[in-house]
Design a protein around this ligand. Sequence first.
Ligand SMILES: Nc1ncnc2c1ncn2[C@@H]1O[C@H](COP(=O)(O)OP(=O)(O)O)[C@@H](O)[C@H]1O
Ligand SMILES: [Mg+2]
Length: 235
Amino acid sequence: MNALLVEDLNVHYGTIHAVQGVSFSVNEGEIVSIVGSNGAGKSTIMWTLAGVVPPSGGRVLIKGNPLPSKPHEIVARGLALVPERRRLFSALTVRENLIMGAYRRRDEESVKAEMERCFQLFPILRERLGQRSGTLSGGEQQMLAISRAIMSDPKILLLDEPTLGLAPLIVEAVMNTIIRIRDEGVTVLMVEQNATQALEISDRGYILEAGLFVKTGPGPELAMDPEIRRAYLGG
Ligand SMILES: Nc1ncnc2c1ncn2[C@@H]1O[C@H](COP(=O)(O)OP(=O)(O)O)[C@@H](O)[C@H]1O
Ligand SMILES: [Mg+2]
């Protein structure tokens, strides 16, 4: 059974038809990427999956069951979104941001255990616990944003442009962590504008253009596709 199945998804903003009937699936244990340029509709798809923007048509199934309509119900079903541009609480410390991600957990022990899991992935965060998140580097902020989502113990992690604005070495570190998170049993769906690295680590990829998929295939194959390289990957 698919971890996530999206069929004929449509999203409108008033008269703007931002997502025009896209269908895709994510199997358990996969990394799947949706790649497209600015304004293609990537974030809109993510917002719809997270329950922030209502679809105007189509259906979404999580493990065969309809997606709940309220964001907190969706989190409870095991979906967690790392939004574009991190959206951290910049005046709050690293520790406070992590605890905000754990709002589903009541007992201190499991919060501690989840925090420990984040430190295994990103050891630097342990050293930064008392620091305000707004003063972290871009890479550290992305690590914190991913960790905050991990705190809800998701089955499916949604990443909206996780490498946006990061230096190449940091991009590589983030990609390696995404592989590790998947290897630890979390299914990953990410959208990216900087597509090469995302496609290279993806089991499958979808190319999104003006609200429509124009191509799909194994991630590494798409990453090598000359036509796609010309159009999306800067040659
Ligand atoms: N809140 C909104 N209201 C109206 N139009 C929007 C809104 N958010 C996004 N759009 C439009 O929907 C289209 C897709 O946007 P978006 O999903 O943010 O694309 P991407 O994430 O791929 O850059 C764009 O044309 C954008 O201008
Ligand atoms: Mg976006």
